[in-house]
Design a protein around this ligand. Structure first.
Ligand code: AMP
Ligand code: MG
Length: 433
């Protein structure tokens, strides 16, 4: 446990209470929401727990959470029914008696009278109970108030589980209370994202270890690097913890400059992190038009490009050439190419990219043909084998990749691969005089 003077951040743990969360019936949106809000408010969230509606489990968890954090925020279990025991469990843990707040009881009774009840249901009386010495956070949307209890080990906050009530209390009284008490400990986190595609995260990690063996030292205590992979690529997120009025951009620039060379071959710049948008942005205003020819993706590529409003400035259309006959009749792929090399081959994908330019009158053609699986794989062309090509003023460029994953993953990755190939091609084309 760090002493008061050494502390530089408000370490916070979240505890979600409820059997329904552990059964998987209810998704724990409270923890995600609170983590985000607290982080934005400058609080350092260090732990997250989920526990059942059980006094012993709640008490053990709070004790353990207080070992890791200065502030523990619980949600759930403040309701009026027998399974709601958070209030009593935490009060008991700290040796505080619960007493009925007479004013609160009157207000509860009024509330129920307005809703047509002649008297307050016995079960609701507990919601007027306040542990000795607790600070009450008013709940503008419900009957269970939030509670703040201080102990030697740290501060514990209880919030109702109903998401809109929890949010109302958080945004109303709780943030203000935290700001009041912990101003000097509230820091901010500034982020920077580096988008990459076409490289697995393990490869990036290997290269990082090779090129930046002392990354931890270079990043220091205040900064961290996270890998955020999905089917489209890997985002690297650099985070820097800084004080409220400090500008972190210089530090972010320094760290970005360290990491950047390692991922340069796969990096693409685009605000949204979507390569399809980067392709459209690069071509917009250049007079170029883009068309696609898709076999195994059958429209995924066109859909990606048209997710963006204003895509029609650049993208003119596509051909879903699933059958060989369509590759031949609409795209002019020579039957001999298909017979001697197969539909998933370099000559065929190049003919597709060139053919779609001719067929639709585009200046740039982008093509995909591959084995999406689960069937259709062979020894030479296993499931996941994809050929990609882009064609235009600089000639035709093609490449093959064997993508991992199921049918959906191969199709998604193939579309992403084609877009990345197009972006490289277009950027080069724009650089040439
Ligand atoms: P409680 O305060 O435990 O009585 O919770 C009341 C209701 O809030 C539950 O029935 C859930 O629907 C919802 N709830 C409780 N905890 C969470 C949570 N962590 N995330 C989302 N919803 C929750
Ligand atoms: Mg509950």
């Amino acid at each position: 446990v760090t002493s008061e003077s050494e502390r530089t951040s408000l370490r916070t743990a979240l505890v979600s209470v409820g059997n329904e969360l552990l059964f998987g019936e209810t998704v724990d949106t409270n923890a995600a929401w609170l983590s985000r809000q607290l982080t934005e408010a400058g609080v350092h969230v260090v732990r997250g727990y989920t526990v059942p509606d059980d006094v012993d489990a709640i008490q053990r968890c709070v004790t353990s959470a207080l070992g890791a954090a200065d502030l523990v925020v619980l949600t759930g279990g403040l309701g009026p029914t027998r399974d709601d025991m958070t209030r009593a469990a935490v009060a008991d843990l700290f040796g505080r008696k619960l007493f009925v707040d007479p004013e609160r009881l009157v207000r509860l009774e009024e509330r129920f009278r307005k809703r047509g009840f002649t008297e307050l249901p016995e079960a609701n009386v507990c919601q007027a109970e306040i542990p000795e010495g607790a600070v009450v956070l008013e709940n503008p949307l419900g009957t269970a108030p939030g509670l703040v209890m201080d102990s030697d080990g740290g501060t514990v906050v209880l919030l109702p589980g109903v998401p809109r009530e929890m949010k109302a209390i958080f945004g109303g009284d709780l943030v203000a209370l935290l700001r009041d008490r912990y101003t000097t400990l509230m820091s901010e986190v500034a982020h920077r994202l580096i988008h990459t595609t076409g490289v697995p995260e393990s490869r990036i990690a290997d290269l990082m270890a090779r090129d930046l063996p002392d990354l931890d030292r270079l990043f220091g205590d205040r900064a961290s690097l996270a890998y955020l992979p999905d089917l489209r690529g890997v985002d690297l997120r650099i985070s820097v913890r800084c004080s409220k009025d400090e500008d972190a951009s210089e530090e972010l620039d320094r760290l970005e400059a360290l990491v950047s060379p390692v991922v340069a071959p796969w990096r693409f710049a685009c605000e949204s992190g979507d390569v399809s948008e980067a392709v459209l942005d690069a071509l917009r205003g250049s007079g170029h038009t883009l068309a696609v020819a898709e076999s195994c993706t059958a429209g995924v590529l066109a859909a990606r490009l048209t997710e963006h409003p204003g895509a029609s400035d650049v993208f003119i259309g596509g051909v879903v050439s699933y059958a060989n006959e369509v590759k031949e009749s609409l795209l002019g792929v020579p039957p001999a190419s298909i017979i001697s090399h197969g539909a998933v081959s370099e000559p065929v994908v190049r003919h597709m990219a060139e053919g779609v330019c001719r067929a639709l009158g585009a200046t740039i053609g982008l093509a995909i043909t591959g084995v999406a699986g689960p069937g259709g794989g062979t020894v030479e062309k296993p499931v996941g084998t994809v050929w990609l090509a882009v064609s235009g003023a600089m000639g035709t460029v093609s490449e093959t990749v064997c993508f991992a994953g199921d049918r959906a993953a191969v199709r998604e990755r193939a579309a992403q691969g084609a877009l990345a190939l197009a972006l490289t091609y277009v950027n080069q084309m724009m650089d040439e005089p």
